[in-house]
Design a protein around this ligand. Structure first.
Ligand code: EPZ
Length: 430
């Protein structure tokens, strides 16, 4: 089993290129099968979640050809099967985006029920509510969600909870429904906007993405397009907090600073200096960091996918901080691991009370999920001594070349798959 091994203590300094947004790319890949013409998608991150979704698309017969590491050519005209097998949905929940795409295009689709992830129960009742509002019959049988419609008719849908996935899935199905659909209380994340722009580039008629009311006028057909995915705000934010926690100086490049506003604001609040330019943000952490309070919220609030990363940093900041997780009910699993490194955090319900400590000491820990795993890498980079992190498969789901990019910033980190390699690394870095 591969592990990361880290010798902490180096301030991270330099520039890092940010890749395409995983959560935008997943939605765009799913939507790309909605036309029978050829679609070229650029700036795809080469991460496990993307590669599993491509396999799921190929499993129903879509042609997906990789032009280079970050570009694919898709043609959905060869789709013969409308059932997404369980083993794809088991690997990534986002396979359920294919349901909205298949329903929109073929008025039919089947996908295995996605399991709850280890950050919460993750129901899909809002997705189902939207499909039904559009006139689809939705039933659950043998662990599958089966949806079918004579025809899809536009509807006025009010989401009971702001849901990125439901907004995306309903948007895809409504794109080829008859008439107008209005989605109220819609998610406003940059990846929702990116999907709307992608669909519009294929001939869809979607207005208001990025606000909480999205208006969609259904169209009969969608056509070819070439599209480049937006930069990943969460990958960028992860490196920004790595700068803060290691007292470093990092410039994240190829970003959209507007998407990082809540992250930059919190970094300034705790004592970092932020310099913004058109497509880059520089984070300098030269003073002792101070405490703050943060609550995760739907965009443009502070992202839940950045919650572990800010908590790891606040645990090294002076004073007592409070982190409230308002989106998922089980997103503090990393706290036990961080405690083993010397953090002083008390979790009560969906709130973590953090008393800053002077330093972390390295330990043998494991990644409980994708973003928590990335946050624990940040802790290892800031810690005194060696940290070994197990279950890094989680981290590879969403971060391309993570250890390579970190080494480019001066980190002593290696991906190892044996005790022998670990020992060699320890001797090398001393
Ligand atoms: C997306 O998950 C992201 N995943 C998550 O990122 C991200 O944390 C989340 O949005 C919030 O930003 C992808 O884009 C692939 P939601 P999603 O539906 O769509 C409740 C990562 O690290 N809800 O916005 O599943 C739900 O329980 C991943 O990249 C319902 O009640 O999130 C949660 O409390 C982790 N009913 C809240 O809404 C529903 O039908 C927000 O969930 C759907 C959701």
């Amino acid at each position: 089993m591969e592990q990361y091994i880290i010798r902490g203590g180096n301030p991270l300094v330099g520039e890092v290129e940010i890749g395409g947004a995983k959560n935008a790319a997943l939605a765009i890949l799913a939507a790309s099968i909605m036309t029978d013409e050829t679609v070229v998608i650029e700036n795809l991150p080469d991460v496990r979640d993307i590669n599993v979704l491509i396999q799921a698309m190929q499993s129903v017969g879509a042609m997906v050809e990789r032009m280079d590491r970050h570009t694919v050519k898709v043609n959905g005209s060869t789709i013969r099967d409308l059932t997404i097998e369980d083993d794809y949905i088991k690997k990534i929940r986002a396979s359920y985006y294919l349901l909205g795409a298949l329903l929109g295009k073929y008025k039919k689709g089947e996908v295995a029920l996605p399991g709850g992830c280890n950050i919460g129960s993750r129901p899909i009742d809002q997705h189902i509510k939207g499909f039904k509002a559009l006139g689809a019959d939705v039933r659950i049988a043998h662990g599958l969600i089966i949806t079918e419609a004579e025809k899809l008719k536009g509807s006025h849908i009010y989401l009971d909870v702001v849901s990125v996935g439901a907004t995306i899935n309903i948007m895809m199905a409504a794109t080829m429904a008859e008439g107008q659909t209005i989605i109220e209380n819609a998610a406003k994340e940059p990846h929702v906007v990116d999907l709307a722009n992608f669909l519009n580039s294929m001939g869809a008629n979607i207005k208001g993405a990025g606000t909480d009311v999205i208006r969609i006028k259904g169209v009969q057909k969608l056509h070819r397009t070439e599209y480049s995915v937006i930069p990943d705000q969460i990958e960028a934010g992860t490196f920004m907090f790595a700068a803060a926690a290691t007292k470093g100086d990092i410039t994240v490049k190829n970003v959209i600073p507007k998407h990082l506003e809540s992250i930059s604001a919190k970094l300034m609040e705790i004592g970092c200096e932020i310099e913004e330019s058109d497509d880059a943000v520089r984070v300098v952490s030269s003073k002792p960091l101070t405490h703050t309070h943060v609550k995760t919220l739907p965009y443009p609030g502070f992202p839940t996918d950045m919650q572990p990363q800010i908590a790891v940093t606040l645990a090294l900041s002076e004073g007592t901080s409070i982190v409230t997780e308002s989106i998922f009910e089980n997103r503090f699993k990393y706290v036990d691991e961080l405690t083993r490194m010397g953090a002083s955090i008390k979790v009560e319900g969906n709130t973590a009370i953090i008393d800053g400590v002077r330093k972390y000491t390295g330990a043998h820990i494991s990644a409980p999920d994708l973003r928590a795993g990335a946050a624990l890498v940040i802790a290892g980079l800031a810690a005194e001594g060696f940290t070994t992190i197990d279950d890094i498969l989680y981290i590879q789901r969403g971060y391309e070349d993570f250890e390579i990019k970190l080494r480019g910033l001066g980190a002593n980190i290696e991906k190892v798959s044996s005790e022998k390699e670990a020992q060699k690394f320890k001797l090398k870095v001393g």
